[in-house]
Design a protein around this ligand. Structure first.
Ligand code: DGL
Length: 278
């Protein structure tokens, strides 16, 4: 990579596909003055059923690409990548690429926030098979709140429903109801459920319809946005590298028109994406 280190650039936001738009939307509401460069690896989504090695390899490629486009700070708006690739990238790759650049994930800020939300400490987590198998939420929650109990359930069909534009279809009703039943049957008094996959808020109407009353459903977008705001305020040496003219550009590894038409619905403005190859 050939990069001017003094350059300022957009904040990179990465996801395997469309899900990261649920994070980007909230970040832009909270921090509208910054420039953003979103990258969706739609051609290779979903990541949730892929091995550790492949998720790491794909995520590192995406991070390097965003750095090469001038980003100094990249948000992994993807729980699967945060669970499987973030630590290795932070500990092994960033010191070699440039120790002053940053890659942040979505799991830690979410876990920090639920301490103020759950009343009885019985927390449910929905995630991709990769995120649930990694036990990243269990580990982080045990670390911060040793008295909490965590009940996880993987929803392998939810991401394909979103990626294939079936989030509002009848098939979504079947799987959302089934998976909510599977989670809540593990413990009758779960009071908080984390949507631990950035695609899942796109199924929110169905999730609200089938979630038993009294259970709070936690979306990550507003939490990650507040956490980023706080991070930039505490790290002026990173903030100074983030350009601020309020722009947002979109990149996808799949067909640009296909991405643009669905992304426009999610972010509620016209999106004109460009196709790139990682
Ligand atoms: N949206 C991502 C997540 O938060 C990845 C979903 C996938 O590609 O399986 O986990």
């Amino acid at each position: 990579m050939d990069i001017d280190k003094n350059h300022i650039g957009p904040i990179g936001v990465f996801d395997s596909g469309f899900g990261g738009l649920s994070i980007l939307r909230e970040i832009r509401k909270t921090l509208p003055q910054y420039d953003y460069l979103f990258l969706g690896d739609n051609a290779r989504a979903p990541y949730g059923t892929r091995s550790f090695e492949i998720v790491y390899e794909f995520t590192l490629q995406a991070v390097k690409y965003l750095f090469s486009q001038g980003c100094h700070l990249v948000i992994l708006a993807c729980n699967t990548a945060s669970a499987k690739a973030l630590r290795t990238i932070q500990q092994n790759d960033l010191p070699l690429i440039d120790p002053s650049w940053r890659v942040l994930g979505v799991i830690r800020p979410t876990v920090e926030a639920i301490g103020n939300i759950s009343k009885n400490g019985h927390v449910g987590v929905f995630g991709t098979p990769g995120t649930v198998l990694s036990q990243s939420y269990d580990i982080e929650i045990a670390h911060l709140y040793p008295n909490f109990r965590v009940f996880s359930h993987a929803c392998p069909m939810w991401v394909p429903l979103v990626e294939n534009r079936e989030a509002a279809g009848d098939g979504a009703d079947f799987f959302v109801r089934k998976d909510i039943g599977a989670l809540t049957s593990q413990c009758p008094d779960i009071d908080t459920v984390i949507l631990g996959c950035t695609h899942y808020p796109l199924l929110m109407p169905k999730i609200r319809q089938y979630m038993p009353q009294g259970i709070q459903v936690i979306e990550q977008g507003p939490i990650v946005a507040e956490s980023l705001k706080d991070y930039l305020a505490r790290h002026p040496e990173i903030d100074v590298h983030c350009s601020k003219s309020g722009s947002c550009r979109y990149l996808t590894t799949d067909n640009a028109d296909k991405f643009s038409s669905l992304a426009s619905i999610f972010v509620n403005e016209t999106v004109t994406a460009s196709k790139i190859t990682l």
